[in-house]
Each structure stands twice: as structure tokens, then as C-alpha cells.
Write a new protein. Structure first.
Length: 86
């Protein structure tokens, strides 16, 4: 989660952490700290939505094809390189 903290300190924009399930959401939010500029959402929560600054917070062990999962997140959730970072 250090990457998220650094991004929040460096930039004044909101960051969205994308997870496969909500199992660790409370733990992630506690680790990052209280802020209104960070939220956690599952990939299902994000259907039809795009975000400027995205952190993919899911371990490779949770996917049969991790590179495809990251690519899918980039295509469906991230607003693109002109809008923010992933």
C-alpha cells in the first residue's frame, strides 16, 4: 500500500483501489489511512464506470490469467493515460 500513500501525498486527486472481492477492503482502508481521496471498489462495483487514478490491488494467485485481469481493468475501469495513472 505504500504506492497508494505516496500517490495520495504527491497528488491532490482521488485514487481508486480495485480489488477482486471486498474481503480485505477494511484492512486496505486502515492501512492507507483515513482520507476522502481514496476508495476501494471491486471490479463488479466498477461496471460502466471509469476512474482517472487506479491501483489494481489483487494478487496474481487470485486469477487464472493475471495479465489478462490487469489488462481488463485497464480497458474497463481506467480512464486512460491522458486522464490519470494506473
Amino acid at each position: 500500500m505504500n504506492l497508494i500513500k505516496l500517490r495520495l501525498l504527491r497528488f491532490s486527486e482521488t485514487v481508486v483501489g480495485i480489488t477482486k472481492s471486498n474481503t480485505r477492503h477494511e484492512e486496505i482502508l486502515t492501512e492507507v489511512g483515513e482520507t476522502d481521496r481514496f476508495r476501494v471498489a471491486t471490479t463488479e462495483d466498477c461496471v460502466g464506470k471509469k476512474y482517472k487514478n487506479v491501483v489494481f490491488c489483487a494478487p496474481p494467485s487470485g486469477f487464472d490469467d493475471y495479465p489478462a485481469a490487469v489488462e481488463d481493468c485497464m480497458k474497463t475501469v481506467w480512464a486512460g493515460p491522458n486522464e490519470g495513472g494506473m
